[in-house]
Design a protein around this ligand. Sequence first.
Ligand code: NAP
Length: 509
Amino acid sequence: MEKSSLNIKSKEFSEIFEVKEGIPYFKTYLAGQWIGGDEWQEVVSPIDLNTIAKIPRLHWNQIDNTIDFIYKKGRWSIRDTPGEKRLKIYERMASLIDRFREDFINVLIINNGKTRASAEGEVNASIERLIRADLDVRQTKGDYVPGDWSSETLETEAVVRREPIGVVLAVVPFNYPLFDTVNKIVYTTVIGNAIIIKPPSSTPLPILMLAKVMELAGFPKDSFAVITLPGKDMNNVVADKRIQAISLTGSTETGEEVIKHAGIKQFIMELGGGDPAIVLVDADLVWAAQRIVTGIISYTGQRCDSVKLVLAEEEIYDNLKELIVKELAKSVKVGDPRDPSTTVGPVIDVKTADEWENAIKDAIEKGGKILFGGRRIGPTYIEPVLIEVTKESLKDMYFYNKEVFASAALLVKVKNVDEAIEISNGRRYGLDAAIFGKDINKIRKLQRFLEVGAIYINDYPRHGIGYFPFGGRKDSGIGREGIGYTIEYVTAYKSIIYNYKGKGIWEYL
Ligand code: NAP
């Protein structure tokens, strides 16, 4: 296997790193300046754990100065950029990402371990999200409230302005570094907020390249920054009063930690998941098996909306089991993501593969039976696993109680939809669910009782670019991401009440 290394070709990116002893040392962007470091964090590829780059580890005083500059100056620069111009900037960003498409695909393959198809999908989604900022613009309106409903407020009226909250901290997970950052940029800045981006330490490179794209596209220089700092050292930042909203996508544990330190702020928290797929007696089983398998193996299960639990009604259970196993055997090819025939690349790090392996042991100890996969093929390479478990043994299992961020699904036989609801709602997470079937009464019951943020009928859950809003309930989060929907969490209402009492202007004659 050829050693992993970056191959960034466009000369525009050559300004953001310097190669020393064969390793690119990246700079980061702090409100108008590209800064190197005196301390560095290593970035490794999950393909072979080779060091592919280094990024600066910033000090608190650099971050403090950046927040101050953005709070005092940058938040007004973006607010005073007309909306029409903001849309033009997103369009330019989209066309620059398209122009540098091969570099972005390469970095997503090498830094994230994505297959080419998956990397291309993320690049396309990022472009589409930028273009679709025009739809967010339509949601940026406020209200007019007449005061004629009580004698107290007669002859008054209010305009309810929806204002940008100011400076938003965007904390990005490792799994969709380019798309997730683009999404957070669009919905925070389209209405005029400044943005401070905290990239994941494992996959920061697409985000540093995106900062260059923002600069080239003419984004107000002092209205954004990328702060490269390990998550565990972020307490001062999240607590900072100059930051008025935090949009975080990450694990439930990280969300809890951030809320604990942040104090009073507005939050969007897109947290842990792992979704149930419920298969009813009258489902098209061939279709259901195909879609469920895609939901299990896509990006090696490192998606919040990955299928982690399959609940099948007893009459079709055996049939579905056979079809899913067949489909897995047909679809899974674990290997180096640079090999075009690979469908399942590595997981992000050794710790994740260890956790996955231990969770399989735990499931087997508790009576689970492996129907497919489950082999550890290398330090970061795993074979997607399907484990048959009973509904009685399920509830103590690690896989049921905790999100393991790797390809694994439990298959459970249920008597009816009531049991499916009980098992689905028994998890601490409530991100999405899938239902396969036709019976409208059963579907209606599931729709009514499942405690989740989105339900996909006859398809596996996938958030896509957010045409349909997504977000979790329970430990899966707060708020919604989705075109037009997220504006609510990064704005504040301000009511301006006009009093015309006694001015005589209310009388016509
Ligand atoms: P993670 O370990 O929680 O990290 C997410 C981000 O939070 C990273 O940038 C991380 O920085 C940062 N972070 C960690 N501790 C922090 C702290 N105390 N204060 C501030 N920031 C902190 O999650 P991940 O492994 O990157 O991503 C996988 C998780 O994201 C899964 O649980 C998945 O379900 C969830 N996710 C949810 C959605 C959704 O829509 N609900 C979408 C995608 C992913 P470092 O990397 O430097 O630690």
